[in-house]
Design a protein around this ligand. Sequence first.
Ligand code: ZN
Length: 311
Amino acid sequence: MTATTSRHRPARPTVGIDMGGTTIRGGLVDPDGTVRRFVRRPVPLDAAGRRAAPADLARELAGATVSGAGAVGLAVSGVVEGGRLVRSANVGIAGVDLRADLVAATGLPVEVVNDAQAAALAEVRTGGAGTRGVVLVVTVGTGIGGALVVDGALVRGRGFAGEVGHTVVDRGGRPCGCGAAGCWEGLASGEALRREAERLLPGPRRTVDELVERAGAGDVAAFAAVTACAEAFAEGLDSLCAVLAPDRVVLGCGVLARGGLVADLYRSTALRRRWVRGAHVTTATWGDCGGLVGAGLVAHDAVRDAVPARG
Ligand SMILES: [Zn+2]
């Protein structure tokens, strides 16, 4: 299925924005998923800055196109209901009406959607996942997100279907931003890798990149730390595959989209698991951009549905 608006007039691009716990990305998105004027910047550290960031970026991008943008789509990590970010383990703000903020900033129609759901929609509509069967998309960024697409239709549930990162896999384990403890993402997310870097590395360069570089260079402790995260990832994914029996599993976003050692270890470790082996496992076509592309497509859908094409 391809999003189109009118037979006679090319659709205006939409503004697609994806805000996670660490990075906000934005761009102008065409109906076929093409992204122009891509912007990527760190998310502000303070809550007021975080809340303002999507509206500031949307205003900037909407003003950057001569024809004007048709709508705004925001993908955000957390539970989204009716344009509100109800709660989020990673973004650091909750109970805020982000749709109202964006409407006030741009005057455009606005859709707000869970980030992993947006990424899944991008993969199924314009990436390589295809629209047939059960597709499970798992994204590993600051946390772990997920989404389920069945025969091309996104399973939204009550706004958080696919929040697989909060499956409890370690009873009595590390407290999670969601309020529970021992969640899957606490053991296998980008944040889990960052904690390992802080634990193992001396000096100021205690980053995931440094950890991965050392692991690749033969540092035994660094390699063991990355391997442990990969094993935890594989265990969680195996349980999901046992429950859902997906035809395809798409791995993407954040640490997996970068490729290299982490992506290779996560993928190869998962593929040795019993239930995962039955699925066709691929890497996201859109890499880090799936969330913003999906957000842009959701916005195109909203415009198309609001103004039916004339004959
Ligand atoms: Zn959790």
